[in-house]
Ligand binder design. Sequence first.
Ligand code: IPM
Ligand code: MG
Length: 364
Amino acid sequence: MIKNIAVIRGDGIGPEIIEQALAVLDKICNLYNHTFHYTDVDMGGCAIDKWNNPLPEEMLKKCLTSDSVLLGAVGGEKWNTLPGEMRPEKGLLKLRAGMGVYSNNRPAKIWPQLSSASPLKQSIVEQGIDFIIVRELIGGIYFGKHETETVDGKLCATDVLNYTEEEIERIGRIGFETAQKRNKKLCSVEKSNVLDSSRLWKKVMHQLCEEYPDVELTDMLVDNCAMQIVKNPAQFDVIVTENMFGDILSDEASMITGSIGMIPSSSLGATSCGLYEPIHGSAPDIAGKDIANPIGTILSAAMMLRYSFDMPKEADCIEKAVSAFLDLGYRTADIMPSDPQEAQKCTKVGCRECGRRIIENMKL
Ligand code: IPM
Ligand code: MG
């Protein structure tokens, strides 16, 4: 098969981790006789430097005409003082909205080889951590009105959180459908004791529930959910939540699996053209040092094969190679065991060697 992939290397560690993911995709082409064409797209800080715009229109167009988009990470200290519209993150938000990818799927699954890297007690980890956060991605407070004005001589900042029934319904359906393919448990997370948008959220979820009688729906307030994720993560199968709650909870969920560096994500809308990115940031402090963990990006590439290109065998091949890499005791710095005795049994590798070792383990 021939596929066109738009590639956003971005800022910080972005270029290094993308390099490894592309090497993995090249290996897939060799093994399975596919051809992937890569088109470089500037977005984020590097696009601000080059084009004075975090996502120029032509760059968005390149993404929209591709079969899918693979993204490293954007942002960094250098651009932090720019006004909101000019920040690297704005490029990412424009990309998500421009592609219409309203559904962001973030798995929180512990690799058995890394269970000791979880900061949770082993007695909790042993109960299993395997859930998915379905995050609404192009609505809510991220896309409401943002404004800073002077009122009575004092600065006053406003961010508006609004959701329409339609926006909630379409992400709700993804939540229910995701649960149907798993253990049929959906937890809808909101703050309905305070927010109107959350009360509407809850109402729509319960209306939808009637169409999915095989799925057990529960409601949870977001503050309680933050607590339950560390107290008893085994209770969760699929969580569906709004944009900002999903942002926060998915960082928390990733951490209990050992490292945010391991977690991929997929974002999809009405078409098969998806956006695939690790959930971590651009980590400028470790950029260029060849110590970043490229696995979140490599697994994002695997998700692209599975969900956008209908290549399940190819996706399995990558995921199995990552598992074999871990079985062999290779670890990037972020997933090295803290216990010195455990660490002795592992081999620390940098970003490039991590990619190379994973590719070595990719087999038909
Ligand atoms: C994420 C990130 C982004 C978000 C930032 C970089 C805008 O934190 O993908 O989780 O908040 O969505
Ligand atoms: Mg985030």
